[in-house]
Ligand binder design. Sequence first.
Ligand code: MRU
Length: 342
Amino acid sequence: MIKTLYWKDNSAYILNQLLLPGRVTYLRCRTVKDVYRAIRDMAVRGAPAIGVAAAFGMAIAAIEKDFKSLAAMKAWLSRAAQFLGSSRPTAVNLSWALKRMSAVADAQFSGVDALRRALIAESKKIYDEDIIINRAIGDNGARLLKKDSVVITHCNAGALATAGYGTALGVIRSAFKQGKIKYVLVDETRPYLQGARLTAWELMKERIPYKLITDNMAGYLMKTCNVNAVIVGADRIAANGDTANKIGTYSLSILAKHHGIPLYVAAPTSTIDIHTPDGDGIVIEERSAKEVLCVNKIFIAPKTSEVRHPAFDVTPAGLIRAIITEKGVFAPSGITKPAERE
Ligand code: MRU
């Protein structure tokens, strides 16, 4: 499986997803600023992958400067965490990973080198754990599908959105191995085309049958094909189960409800935000107009058009059949249970 990101020679190597599927190239990040830019500009994207990148960013923060004292290092790490945390607002995995790294930074150490080693070790642990968690999500979710299912997925919640294996695509991978996937309908996912550029690419590489569709085809296909499930990832799950995910998920959930098709959210428990009571409290990132006006840097609309570009929307808990986590499958109303068990 292609690596989304990895740690080598005191640097984070990040697959530049802006160039996929045409080119496979890695950005070498040696400074906190490099990591911040990679997240902000979406070279790395997908909630769990953003979290892992930020963890690597903190390890880099510990390396990139010569510190005169442990106190000076800790002060810098705290600023680095704040800076990385401001790169994208919606995916809660970002602040979750930064909190984990900051807890290490705040602990007692004999000196600068000991803290450096601890931060590098913690970032690698977050990376390794993510892959294990995704495999568990895959196995838990595959149980919900029957043989020869047709499923719709939106955006990319695959290996490319995580340290590996994926969440929604993890479920599809595990189910495919069990003969439960007939084919996957892949929403292209305007405007960033994560479905067309990334999900289709991943499925093609794994030889999992798929059909690429434009976002506005989902309703027609739900009506005319036997679609068995919609499976999507999540960027933040509020305490009541309301779920923020890629823009268009809300529309899909309404279509699914109308057609009696279950919609499943697959996400690690690190995506559950028990401090946000419901979806109204989730900050929705607004990205630049240019990303809507252009495809591959070519304007497809009058340059002066006013544009809206919310990058995410919130699907109400009532439209979600179940949330698949590494700790089991939960009704949206009971989603705080696994997070509270931490
Ligand atoms: O803007 P993106 O590409 O970071 O949005 C990604 C999504 O919305 C994913 O569905 C979500 O992060 C889950 S990834 C396992």
